[in-house]
Design a protein around this ligand. Sequence first.
Ligand code: NAP
Ligand code: GLV
Length: 349
Amino acid sequence: MNYKRSVVLVSCLFRKVWTCDITRKMSSGKYQVYITRSDMPESGIELLKKQCDIKMWHKPSPVPPEEFKKSIPGVNAIFCTLCDKINKEILDAAGPELKVVATISVGFDHIDVEECKKRGIKIGYTPNVLTDATAELTMALLLSTSRRLPEAQHEARTGGWVSWAPTWMTGPGLAGSTVGIVGFGRIGQAVARRVKSFGTSKILYFNRSVKEEAKEVGAIKVSFDELLSQSDFVICCAPLVPETNEIFNKSAFEKMKRSAVFINTSRGGTVDQDALIEALKNNTIWAAGLDVTTPEPLPLDSPLFKLKNCVVLPHIGSATIQTRNTMSELSANNILTALNGTNMPAELK
Ligand code: NAP
Ligand code: GLV
């Protein structure tokens, strides 16, 4: 190693050690962490407690932004959920001691990633550990919507079940169908493996890149319009980014089959919700199953709740007990490694 590189390396190391040291001194020996929910799974909090002083929003509902800003000056880490907007204002309120934002979610559309990068703030998230849970929920929602489970249960409970009937409560089956998946990443692929086991005849996907993993399930890459026009089930598993914002609009619903079932377990923002309501009312498509909406929670007077051909769930994709514990532990480890200057297990680059 030449002299110049050694000097740079030593000065970088010095800066790192010095920064960590300052952080610790500021907090009388322990890192300061702010957690935005009182019901964050305990297993992650236990991991943090050994090295951190924890301050926590005291309710199991989102911390109001003003309260959030007041609570974070000087913290070294924010442990947040997908409900907390991490924007310039929040980062300013936290100040220069903030080293890491860890979200207990794989989606990061609530975080101003560029602003964090500019300030050298690391971002931790929870990919992979929630893939199976979210794919399972996607299947549950798909089958609930196509086989009309909420409607059927309502009929059974309210006297609508008069006798077995040949055409009553019928819906489209997965076996022999064509399934189109928009966003063929971790969750999209896990959904593909599951729908294949139901005997689908074809799986199509729309993604920017070609996915090698598609071969495993025989999925075919097509254009967005081809996917819409050919699929019996259209499933959105893409992240919310500018290019996917309201990608499911009036024109998209008009390109789908009238018999199509639309499922969204990604983000509400990928859908023009007014256009979806019209498409469901006019039977432009057959039904929709939504785990995500705009806004969340969906107001009780939303027309979506009045439509028999729509199933709405309250954003529970990753909500298995084990998964949420693992997500909490992963978030805690993201925070501890970022603060200690070692490799984060799941850093958003
Ligand atoms: P991922 O592995 O990153 O997959 C996302 C896929 O979308 C990638 O294959 C990506 O491939 C594709 N994509 C990105 N931008 C696109 C674009 N503009 N057009 C088309 N495809 C695009 O993420 P994941 O772990 O599967 O999670 C996906 C999303 O699910 C998350 O971002 C989150 O919003 C949502 N989610 C929801 C729940 C829930 O509770 N309902 C739970 C977990 C996750 P290319 O880059 O090649 O296009
Ligand atoms: C849930 O929506 C997540 O992004 O993890």
